[in-house]
Design a binder for this molecule. Structure first.
Ligand code: 13P
Length: 249
């Protein structure tokens, strides 16, 4: 039985001091031992977030990371900078990074490999645009994203990975995918992992849905057999996140 994992992606929101206040506010609301709870916050707030979350069930993740160890890469964050302060997860290849910061399937793969090398769990994002969905190429597109993201990743590593399926047309639009649409793609992702590796790896890997997840839509989405939790944007900054994490109560 896979443990559900529900992560907030704070995106470019909250200053470090606002981060402390929000984590303190949400801490009692997100207590649920049956679920892994992760807050992914801007790099500048990671240290404060880790200090504030100490002793709670909240793990802290980064929203991005570079694929080199160190050197002349002005503005970038290296993997050992994250592990040094206790970061456990990192979002890789969010569609906003692909769209605004020129990330590609190839850079996603490099970052995924680096994260594993440093013992950081990657939350690997994939998703189709509205045009691709209308063209009927969603599954082909997602399979391609997954195959490249997992190049040279071992099955032992893949078993610990998290994949976030986030249809781009559902992000920040209030247009949540139906649970049937989300399940169909998450199932196809699991099949793809079984093809690359084996059934055991496919059964172990956790696949989240993301895109306008709310306290109202979460219970039905998370009840789907191949959906192991969510990657939540807007609603993760509000007390609603507590209701999402406690979707099963
Ligand atoms: P929203 O929940 O705001 O649609 O954002 C989803 C997302 O992009 C999470 O990574």
């Amino acid at each position: 039985m896979r443990k559900k994992i529900i992560a907030g992606n704070w995106k470019m929101n909250k200053t470090p001091s606002e981060t402390v206040a929000l984590i303190n506010e949400l801490k009692p609301l997100v207590a649920n031992d049956e679920v892994d709870v992760v807050f992914c916050v801007p790099a500048i707030s990671l240290t404060k977030a880790i200090e504030t979350a100490e002793g709670s069930n909240i793990s802290i993740g980064a929203e991005n990371m570079y694929f080199e160890e160190s050197g002349a890469y002005t503005g970038e964050i290296a993997p050992n900078m994250l592990t040094d302060i206790g970061v456990k997860y990192v979002i890789i290849g969010h569609s906003e990074r692909r769209e605004y910061f020129a990330e590609t399937d190839e850079t996603v793969n490099k970052k995924v490999l680096k994260a594993f090398e440093h013992g950081i769990t990657p939350i690997i994002c994939c998703g189709e645009s509205l045009t691709q969905r209308e063209q009927g190429i969603t599954i082909d597109w997602i399979r391609q994203q997954i195959k490249i993201a997992f190049l040279n990743v071992t099955s032992k590593q893949a078993k610990t990975a998290v994949i976030a399926y986030e249809p781009i047309w559902a992000i920040g639009t209030g247009k949540v995918a139906t649970s049937a649409q989300a399940q169909e793609v998450c199932h196809a992702i699991r099949d793809c992992i079984a093809e690359i590796y084996d059934e055991a790896t496919a059964e172990a890997i956790r696949i989240q849905y993301g895109g306008s997840v709310s306290a109202e839509s979460a219970p039905e989405l998370f009840a789907q057999p191949d959906i192991d939790g969510g990657l939540v944007g807007g609603a993760s900054l509000k007390p609603d996140f507590g209701r999402i994490v406690n979707y099963n109560k």
